[in-house]
Design a protein around this ligand. Structure first.
Ligand SMILES: Cc1cc2nc3c(=O)[nH]c(=O)nc-3n(C[C@H](O)[C@H](O)[C@H](O)COP(=O)(O)O)c2cc1C
Length: 190
């Protein structure tokens, strides 16, 4: 069983970084095999280019995309860790999905419509927010984000989301609450 952590936060002092460390420590303790793609640390280029489209069409996939696709290919379980920014994912992660989950790799048009090609892979999503749970529920943001990730991205590509956790209002909760979240992560079944 191979795990792939995809992490998107630029600040090493962020709570997301603490979440990433808690996940790494859990997988290490459990002797699980994992890779981590820290998109900011890698300087991942998130801009889908005209030349990328030409490459996809001619079967000459840009090398930085091939490298990321190989990580996805060999992963059985994918753990996504990032904050919610503007009620979506940070642009670097959106661009990663634009470029790496490409036509012919992640999905294709089959006889019966779109076919997801990344079947068998299980996904766990850990998100932090600035706003409270009440605000997310009241305005429908939780449902909207969950549906976009589930139906719009991962299921579309054939993957299964096992859990999508929101840790709400991270900047304004107490230190004890934040510690509890990290404790919770150490017992999550990935
Ligand atoms: C560019 C930017 C956009 C943000 N947009 C949202 C948003 O749309 N909804 C929300 O709940 N919080 C938003 N926030 C707050 C972050 O989600 C919050 O600060 C973060 O999840 C806390 O975790 P961290 O300490 O790891 O950054 C935004 C923060 C930034 C920097």
């Amino acid at each position: 069983m191979k795990y792939l952590i995809i992490y998107a936060h630029p600040n090493p002092k962020s709570f997301n970084n603490a979440i990433k460390d808690a996940v790494i420590s859990k997988l290490t303790k459990e002797d699980k095999s994992f890779e981590i793609r820290d998109l900011y640390a890698l300087g991942f280029d998130p801009i889908l280019k005209g030349s990328d489209f030409i490459g996809f069409k001619e079967g000459k996939i840009p090398l930085d995309i091939v490298e990321e696709q190989n990580y996805i290919k060999s992963a059985d379980r994918i753990i996504l860790i990032h904050p919610i920014w503007w009620f979506g994912m940070p642009a670097i992660l959106k661009g990663y999905i634009d470029r790496v989950f490409s036509y012919g790799f992640a999905y294709r048009a089959g006889e019966k419509g779109i076919e997801g090609l990344l079947t068998g892979k299980k996904v766990f999503i850990l998100n932090t927010t600035g706003e409270t749970q009440d605000q997310y529920v009241q305005y429908g943001f939780k449902d909207a984000i969950s549906k976009t990730f589930q139906n719009g991205i991962f299921n579309f590509c054939g993957m299964e989301i096992i859990s999508h956790q929101f840790f709400f209002a991270v900047p304004t909760i107490t230190d004890a609450d934040r510690k509890n979240i990290l404790k919770q992560i150490s017992t999550m079944p990935f």
